[in-house]
Design a protein around this ligand. Structure first.
Ligand SMILES: *Cc1c(COP(=O)(O)O)cnc(C)c1O
Length: 366
């Protein structure tokens, strides 16, 4: 609440000591949460802007890169790489699965020119969490100096991401996911190895060296989204008070409880092997119209739930449990979902999902 209200208060001019301090504290808090070597840069864009910045700053035309496509966001790394004329090697695998580490290593060994690998920590279109630590370790064992770039936009807050411990070269995040404030800020942290490989490719707005030069002094190169930075500082302060390990554990508990609830409703997890703690993606029965389900949840219950993207449109339901959520909201969302499933003749007993959720949530509560 205090975070939401901050958006309508007056906010400081960005070339003042007051703002420099707020800005610098945000960077420090973000760094601490993801074990980054230095404060991540704060950019005024949605998360995709920071993804693009990673590609434009770390590659030049003709560079070979490897992208892992197990969903919409993995596909996006490849799309950005193609637009910027990289030689994109893409490993595709079915939505909901995790990347095959042996195949990644084989691709890297067969293509010694590949200089960077781009992946997600959490593929939001399928609800799959990827074993980033294991992948990074395997990748380093075959290519010690390769750049490893991780989109942690939906993982931040829900999954552990340890940039230095896991030897990652870039981590990308966004304001509207884990921090739970409105969209419009993205964050990118680079390792010393990545700073040493900044490309000479022409760039202007997302010039990370220029940004770093300014942000080390507490200011951004251009006018930042000031009100969002003020909101971010409050959100991060709340997160620090809760404690990072408690936040991760809370997501784990809520995610486990939602998964049990969905299964009790007869809905199958798309990413059964390693489901994400940020959201739960379930496959809808053939008899259920997924688009009508999402529309009715929004219009009749004021519940925003995401459907499937791409080839999964209408077939998938993606239920979020990320950021500053309240377990009561989740239970209410599940009750609404039950009602809409019953409307579409899915045979369940009302209360099964919400009841299962509460039972699991309370039995493990912090
Ligand atoms: C949301 C999301 C993005 C895209 O972020 P935008 O803020 O919409 O640009 C990228 N990657 C992942 C994994 C996401 O969840």
């Amino acid at each position: 609440m205090n975070v939401q209200l901050a958006a309508i208060e007056s906010y400081p001019y960005h070339r003042t000591d007051e703002f420099y301090k707020i800005f610098a504290n945000c960077g420090k808090a973000l760094a601490k949460f993801i074990d980054a070597p230095t404060s991540p840069l704060i950019l005024s864009s949605s998360g995709t802007g920071a993804m693009e910045a990673a590609i434009t700053n770390l590659t030049k035309p003709g560079d070979s890169i490897l992208t892992l496509n197990g969903g919409k966001f993995g596909q996006r790394w490849g799309e950005i790489g193609n637009v910027y004329e990289c030689d994109v090697h893409e490993l595709s695998f079915p939505w909901g699965q995790e990347p095959d580490t042996a195949k990644i290593c084989e691709t890297l060994q067969n293509n010694p020119r590949i200089k960077a690998i781009f992946l997600q920590a959490n593929e939001t279109s399928s609800g799959a969490a990827y074993p980033v630590e294991d992948i990074a370790k395997a990748v380093r064992s075959v290519r010690p100096e390769i750049l490893i770039i991780v989109d942690a936009i939906s993982a931040f807050g829900a999954e552990e991401v340890r940039m230095q411990d896991w030897d990652l070269d870039a981590v990308v995040m966004g304001s509207q996911k884990g921090p739970g404030i409105p969209p419009g800020l993205s964050f990118i942290s680079l390792s010393a190895r990545a700073w040493g490989s900044i490309s000479k490719r022409p760039k202007f707005y997302f010039d990370l060296e220029k940004e770093r030069h300014q942000q080390e002094k507490g200011m951004s190169a251009f006018t930042p989204a000031i009100s969002l930075v003020v909101q971010l500082s409050l959100a991060l302060k709340n997160m620090q008070e809760t404690g990072w390990q408690n936040i991760l554990r809370h997501h784990q508990i809520a995610a486990d409880a939602v998964r049990s609830a969905m299964q009790a409703l007869g809905l199958k997890l798309l990413a059964a092997k390693r489901p994400s703690n940020a959201l739960t993606a379930v496959i809808l029965p053939d008899t259920v119209d997924g688009k009508a389900l999402v529309k009715n949840l929004r219009e009749l219950h004021q519940m925003t739930v995401a459907g499937g993207q791409g080839h999964m449109a209408g077939k998938l339901l993606r239920f979020a449990h990320l950021g500053a959520f309240d377990p009561g909201d989740i239970a209410a969302g599940l009750l609404a979902l039950e009602q809409e499933l019953i409307r579409q003749n899915h045979s369940i007993t009302r209360g099964t999902g919400a009841g299962t959720f509460w039972h699991h949530y309370h039995s493990q509560s912090l």
